[in-house]
Design a protein around this ligand. Structure first.
Ligand code: N01
Length: 895
């Protein structure tokens, strides 16, 4: 519909008042709204910004409490879209104060002449999508109505203060302040008895300054939080020099980093560092006074592994004990209920030392909860505190509060956003919502937002949205809307990312847990700023994947689908491998491929310690073979697993799956004997199969000498090794022994047919390619032999084989033949369980300490091995409810 006609029909929809017609209405004049307005205007859109406050600034307009500052270094917490703006403004401090940041935003407003298109004192109260006109109609608290083609919420993540949920607030006769709505006039606290409730970032920033003024300060703390000294002052010379030396590169690195500040990725994990090395790293981080630094630069597992994280927690608690003189107060201030970083840590100036002042009292609400607020103060269930002033630093209804404050937001078919989000926010990319056409959120739930340098995330979102609007306009489309498939896929990817981090282990505003009744879920995207940016770019480059676009005369485009189906860490690994531009292994020749893989394996993290690792020689089918034995640290004798490595029958050896063998030895408490079977082309079919069988027999016969438990052994193998393990079971059955208690087959080769869909679907791009598989087959086995069950066990006799646990990975050419083997075993009456690892590739589960999402699958494999060996498996360990119940059970699993 032409905009003139739209104008006519829209104005009729109003209550008689003139409806302002614009292309784009933006809500909020903070960092995001200001930049959006600038970009929209430059792109030729007619845009307006609606702002509840009396001036620009967003969060920095409202949060004027004493001590309010940013907690990302100011050189990073700035706009970067205009190099001239960057040189026109100089920050005075490492962490700028609220007044300085507000001055900066005012400066930006004037510099780009933004004020004329901002309507202050205008709160949007309602937003309705009109399907006929394909426009949003916004109502405001001052009666103005606005009709817009596109409606963008730039309302901020922490802008809707949360009510204090304490009885009797209204009865209090003294002064009441909220940090998130601090008065513009001076608040005089000198000589007064002040109470602060809340010890999050706001409280922790305000408390030391309030303590300096107040006659007495009483702090009511429900949950102690981690705080680090900001060491404020001038911007650190090294960071400033880095920025000045090459601004463009510095900014670009920030955009592609994990948190929006350019720090390198740490690779050393905690257990690889000595106590002294860890302490040195920690002290350096403590001295740096930088949240992003301490959250990312200590050791690689600090944010993903409970044990790696616990080390940081204890080091911070040690600092608290060192600063706070009264041991009881120090103990009360020491965080205990959440991993470091799972709840937003705070940056402070003299916070802990403030509790050494005689005029400061800490009340531990865990021991004496607040009963009520009375006319004269605060009553806990033990004491009464008479005060003149109460400061609520009780936080926000974060991420969704400000969006839902516009109520109703009604999209297609009159659907209300609050209904759609009743069980938690559903978005595609944290930018859009299915059934809400032409609605965008800047740094919405489902995007990195609060887990990043907001300045970087805001620019990325604003750029992405405006670029899309330009592209729509150029292509003649007038609506854009996320599909349900894309949105559901994003929810799955969000959950996969969140399962990698420790955020799920804390009750915080990140998860909605701070607001009674709010649905629980990790709301920000935890996969990192750079990966997120690449996903957004990919959505656009793949024809707006997951969006339906429509235009006049029935024009429509919908490239439906999910943008990320790989596990997040697998995606990162593949991205890194792609950047390395590695040669195709099959182009290197057999020896070349061995050298390459040996070299490549040197770059992976060393395996974790086990009780003992020893090498030996066993008897193969045609002579001695090397083996490596991994023994658990627990007292033996242990059941034995005979393990066959991967490598397409061409490369690999008894050491090449070392991290996996160590990991499984630790998890199972079983001995792993990894066999160096013979390889092609020197030893073609059936050398590997016959070696596998002979080695298993030898190990079974020498179990006691190896320190193992005599009796049946278990076999296991990955890839071609899975093939060898499966064949070994068939040969043992055929040849009358040895006794095998179970087989673990991980992504096994089971058949010489290449026409199953997984061969085509995953032919390229997932490390193991179809062409590499062809090459392996050609080297190992001539076409005439390929139907022999000793290389295609799927064609063998399956009845009475040992019970099996078969693992397949979704993005693996070998997936379907693994599934077929599990199904055929089941059909033959063999007890079999199958694990389908969603989002994983052929080598995922071997990448110990790299692909963290593989941990769950390995835990399930370990349980299967223990069951095979008759060892107990606790229910909580199994991770796979009812795992032993059915004879043939298909389990879908992420890592
Ligand atoms: O809010 P919070 P905030 N009775 O939710 C307590 C950003 N920020 O405003 O943890 C008693 O963190 C609550 O206790 P508990 C930053 O991202 C940045 O401080 O729920 N206590 C908690 O201690 C930050 O994370 C800067 O048990 C009650 C506190 O109030 C986010 O904003 C500065 C209570 C709330 O802490 C929010 O910080 C400030 C009750 N009924 C903020 N209800 C910068 O430096 C709540 N609490 C840039």
């Amino acid at each position: 519909m032409a905009d003139a006609a739209v104008a006519a029909s829209s104005s009729k929809a109003t209550d008689g008042g003139a409806t302002r017609q614009v292309d784009v209405a933006v809500v909020g004049a903070g960092f995001a709204g200001l930049y959006l307005l600038h970009r929209l205007r430059k792109a030729g859109f007619n845009a307006i910004v609606l702002e509840e406050a009396g001036d620009v600034g967003g969060t920095w307009y409202w949060n004027r409490y004493p001590g309010a500052r940013c907690d990302i270094q100011t050189i990073d917490y700035s706009y970067t879209f205009d190099p001239e703006l960057e040189s026109a403004w100089k920050w005075s401090e490492k962490y700028a104060t609220q007044p300085e940041i507000l001055r900066y935003l005012g400066f930006v407003t004037e510099r780009y002449d933004l004020r004329r298109d901002i309507r202050f004192h205008t709160r949007v109260t309602e937003a309705n999508w009109d399907q006929v006109t394909e426009r949003w109609l916004l109502r405001t608290d001052n009666g103005a109505t606005i009709s817009c083609r596109y409606y963008i919420m730039a309302t901020g993540c922490l802008s809707a203060p949360k009510p204090p949920e304490i009885d009797g607030v209204k009865n209090f006769k003294g002064e009441v302040y909220f940090t998130g709505r601090w008065p513009h006039d001076e608040v005089k606290l000198a000589g007064k008895r002040v109470a602060v409730i809340g010890t999050g970032s706001s409280g922790i920033q305000a408390i030391p300054l309030i303590a300096e003024q107040a006659a007495h300060l009483t702090v009511f703390q429900r949950t102690p939080n981690f705080a680090l000294p900001a060491h404020n002052g001038p911007a650190p010379a090294d960071r400033a020099a880095l920025l000045e030396s090459d601004r463009a590169t510095y900014r670009e690195q920030a955009r592609w980093s994990m948190a929006g500040v350019p720090w390198p990725q740490q690779t050393a994990v905690s257990w690889q560092l000595s106590d002294a090395e860890r302490r040195e790293r920690f002290e350096q981080a403590w001295a740096a006074g930088d949240l992003v630094y301490i959250l990312t630069q200590l050791w690689a597992d600090q944010g993903v592994d409970v044990d790696g994280n616990a080390l940081v927690c204890e080091l911070v608690r040690e600092k608290i004990r060192g600063i706070v003189k009264d041991p009881e107060t120090a103990a009360a201030l020491s965080p205990f209920d959440h991993p470091f970083g799972a709840k937003r840590p705070c940056l402070d100036t003299n916070y802990y030392a403030t509790y050494n002042r005689p005029n400061v009292t800490l009340v531990n609400l865990r021991q004496e909860p607040i009963k009520e607020i009375t006319a004269s103060g605060i009553t806990t269930d033990k004491r009464t505190f008479d005060v003149d002033v109460i400061v609520f630093a009780t936080g926000f209804d974060a991420m969704t509060g400000a969006i839902m404050a516009v109520h109703p937001i009604k999209g297609r078919g009159g659907k209300s956003l609050s209904d759609v989000w009743a069980n938690g926010p559903q978005t595609y990319l944290g930018l859009t919502v299915a059934d809400f056409p032409n609605l965008f959120m800047i740094t919405g739930p489902g995007s990195p937002s609060v887990l990043s340098n907001m300045a970087v995330s805001i620019e990325q979102h604003a750029d992405w949205v405006v670029d899309r609007l330009i592209a729509l306009r150029d292509a003649g489309f007038t609506t854009i809307e996320a599909t349900a498939t894309a949105q559901d896929g994003w929810a799955q990817h969000m959950a996969d990312c969140a399962s990698l981090t420790l955020h799920r282990l804390a009750n915080t505003w990140y998860t909605g847990a701070n607001v009674p009744g709010k649905a629980w879920g990790v709301m920000p995207y935890t996969g990192g700023v750079g990966p997120y940016r690449s996903i957004c770019n990919e959505v656009a480059s793949r024809g707006m994947l997951g969006f339906r676009l429509t235009g006049p005369n029935g024009a429509e485009q919908c490239n439906d689908g999910e943008i990320v189906r790989l596990q997040p860490d697998v995606r990162l690994v593949l991205g890194m491998l792609a950047e390395m531009n590695l040669p195709a292994i099959e182009s290197l020749g057999a020896q070349g491929s061995r050298d390459f893989v040996n070299e490549f394996n040197k770059g992976r993290p060393a395996g974790r310690p086990v009780g003992e690792v020893g090498d030996g020689v066993l008897q193969g089918a045609d002579g001695p073979l090397p083996y490596r034995l991994y023994r658990p640290a627990t007292p033996g004798p242990h059941p034995i697993v005979v393990y066959f490595h991967g490598g397409g029958w061409v490369f690999g050896d008894q050491q090449s799956d070392d991290p996996f063998c160590r990991d499984m030895c630790r998890r199972t408490g079983m001995i792993f004997v990894s066999v160096g079977y013979r390889h092609a082309p020197e030893h073609r079919f059936p050398a590997a199969a016959e070696d596998g069988y002979a080695a298993t027999r030898w190990v079974a016969e020498h179990a006691a000498e190896l320190g193992g438990k005599p009796g049946p052994v278990v076999v296991a193998g990955w890839s071609a090794g899975g093939n060898v393990a499966a064949v070994t079971c068939q040969l043992a059955q055929e040849r009358g022994g040895p006794d095998i208690a179970g087989q673990l087959l991980i992504c096994p080769v089971t058949d010489s047919s290449f026409d199953r869909p997984s061969y085509t679907d995953n032919a390229t791009g997932y490390f193991l390619t179809r062409s590499l598989m062809y090459w392996f087959w050609d080297i190992y086995c001539s076409p005439a032999d390929r139907t022999d069950p000793r290389v295609s066990p799927l064609r063998g006799k399956l009845e009475n084989l040992p019970q099996a646990f078969v693992v397949t990975c979704e993005f693996d050419p070998l997936r379907d033949e693994g599934v077929a083997y599990a199904e055929a075993l089941a059909a033959a009456g063999v007890p079999v369980e199958q694990l389908k690892a969603r989002g994983h590739i052929h080598s995922s589960l071997m990448m110990v300490d790299v692909v963290i999402t593989g941990v769950g699958a390995r835990a399930q494999m370990a349980n299967a091995l223990r069951r095979f060996a008759g060892l107990p498996v606790t229910k909580s360990e199994s991770g796979m409810p009812g795992a032993t119940a059915q004879p043939h059970q298909i389990n879908a699993a992420a890592g």
